[in-house]
Design a binder for this molecule. Structure first.
Ligand SMILES: NC(=O)C1=CN([C@@H]2O[C@H](COP(=O)(O)OP(=O)(O)OC[C@H]3O[C@@H](n4cnc5c(N)ncnc54)[C@H](OP(=O)(O)O)[C@@H]3O)[C@@H](O)[C@H]2O)C=CC1
Ligand SMILES: O=C(O)CCC(=O)C(=O)O
Length: 457
């Protein structure tokens, strides 16, 4: 039976508590979804105390129920001509601010709870960008590891053969996430185009620039994360220069976070994959990581074959025992628990900012906040990816391309604005400096006001 930490002393608390109790009763088997909702609900108490109209409109009961969840069979043929079957999903959570928008995850751990937590987070993250995009997420329990190019293509085609009827440039615009990069988006787009007989470029983002993709989208989540941390550091008169940084993961977000942090003068000493982590006291050589992960599709442990001083440890969570000034979790959900947070804190970490979605559990977040560590929550800190996707949609609608510098400048401005808006909301509602509270409130208020304006449905 799931438990929670929400109180029920004031009318606002009682309302939030009651909605959460009902949610637990209906979704007891969805721990990731409940975790994501609880984090937001805790932040919203002061908002509901000042805005009884949100209770009158029963916004919370409505906002936790997705507009729809599509779940479907994906049958495809492997290289041995055997028919394989996976489960596909698209959770269209909320389109008050704009068309449903959010990535697709292909990973064996995918289930309805993970899809719902990601789509729920996406609503508020997307609202924070200031751009007209609603919240969604999708994916499949398909495991891309070890699959041939042909198998990946046939899976993507089979997945899109059902998904196409639920999406469109003004309806729902998927993109990449774990296990879905430019190659998969290409296969998905090709199948959508064949079925619809139309080059609707805006139906997917994360495309290669040659056929409608935006420059900077590949780099955007990692770069945006670092731009966000620059803003956090600016407030304490610090910069990335000479800081020791630990980045978990070695996928899309991690690679471009490492690249930008290094460009700004930081020394990145560690990264990981789901098997283990590498520690390089001389600083990570990103070209080697890119060769291993992007070109050869190998495991991160092979890094030590190229760098004699580097050490590999088979335990990906152990990465948080490395002393650092800045920690950037960029792999997956719940990779930092209370113990890992206490270790980071005891080792003197100054800033933790989330490139992954919900990488810190609730206990870890509390440890960071209680110890005065600057904490950048995912829905603010990693919003650069989806924001640049929205810029890709804008270019597709305008049938034009912007230069790398133009998109990068817009991305930097968006990250600055997300930081400012989150900080301002935290201040306004009495939680100075708490970006968890600030980003949750700023995103929520925009969506809640839109829900009231658009009427009950
Ligand atoms: N791509 C984007 O634009 C955005 C991504 N995010 C989030 O960032 C995170 C990383 O995504 P992205 O870089 O795109 O994905 P990738 O598939 O490119 O890379 C994922 C990385 O995380 C590791 N990883 C995946 N699952 C696990 C796991 N269960 N335990 C430990 N390590 C794991 C992978 O290791 P291995 O190779 O061994 O699987 C790999 O190094 C996710 O949380 C995603 O939701 C957030 C905003 C936007
Ligand atoms: O670019 C997008 O639409 C999706 C990005 C994403 O999946 C995320 O923000 O978690």
């Amino acid at each position: 039976m799931a438990t929670h930490t929400l109180g029920s002393k004031t009318p606002a608390e009682s309302y939030i508590h009651a909605v959460f109790e009902q949610l637990i009763a209906k979704n007891a088997h969805q721990p990731e979804f409940l975790q994501a909702v609880e984090e937001i609900f805790i932040s919203l108490v002061p908002v509901f105390e000042q805005h009884p109209e949100y209770i009158q409109h029963n916004i919370l009961s409505r906002i936790v129920e997705p507009d729809r969840i599509v779940s479907f069979r994906v049958s495809w043929q492997d290289d041995q001509n055997q028919v394989q079957v996976n489960r596909g999903y698209r959770v269209q959570f909320n389109n008050v601010v704009g068309p449903y928008k959010g990535g697709l995850r292909f990973h064996p751990s995918v289930n309805e709870s993970i899809m719902k937590f990601l789509a729920f987070e996406q609503i508020f993250k997307n609202a924070l960008t200031g751009l007209p995009i609603g919240g969604a997420k999708g994916g499949s329990d398909f495991n891309p590891k070890g699959k041939s190019n042909g198998e990946i293509m046939r899976f993507c085609q089979a997945y899109m053969t059902e998904l196409y009827r639920h999406i469109g440039p003004d309806v729902d615009v998927p993109a990449g996430d774990i296990g879905v990069g430019a190659r998969e988006i290409g296969f998905l787009f090709g199948q959508y185009k064949r079925i619809r007989n139309a080059h609707e470029a805006g139906v997917l983002t994360g495309k290669t620039p040659g056929y409608g993709g935006s420059l900077v989208r590949k780099e955007a989540t990692g770069y945006g994360l670092v731009y966000f941390v620059e803003e956090m550091l600016r407030d304490i008169s610090e910069t990335f220069l000479n800081k020791t940084v630990v980045v978990s993961g070695s996928g899309n977000v991690a690679i471009y976070a490492i690249k930008k942090a290094q460009e700004l003068g930081a020394k990145v000493v560690a990264c990981s994959d789901s098997d283990g982590y590498i520690f390089d006291p001389d600083g990570i050589d990103l070209n080697i990581v890119k060769e291993i992960k992007e070109v050869n599709c190998e495991r991160i442990k092979t890094y030590v074959n190229y760098r004699p001083n580097a050490i590999y440890t088979e335990d990906f969570r152990g990465i948080w025992s490395i002393p650092c000034d800045i920690a950037l979790p960029c792999a997956t959900q719940n990779e930092i628990d209370g113990d890992a947070a206490r270790t980071l804190s005891a080792n003197g970490v100054k800033v933790v900012a989330e490139g992954a979605n919900m990488p810190s559990n609730l206990e870890a977040i509390n440890v960071f906040l209680e110890n005065g560590i600057l904490f950048g929550p995912a829905k603010a800190a990693n919003a650069g990816g989806v924001a640049t996707s929205a810029l890709e949609m804008a270019q597709n609608s305008g049938r034009n391309y912007w230069t790398f510098e133009e998109v990068d400048e817009k991305l930097r401005d968006i990250m600055k604005s997300i930081y400012a808006v989150s900080k301002e909301a935290a201040h306004k509602y009495g939680s100075e400096g708490n970006l968890v509270v600030g980003s949750n409130i700023a995103g929520f208020v925009k969506v809640a006001d839109g829900m009231i304006a658009e009427g009950v449905y």
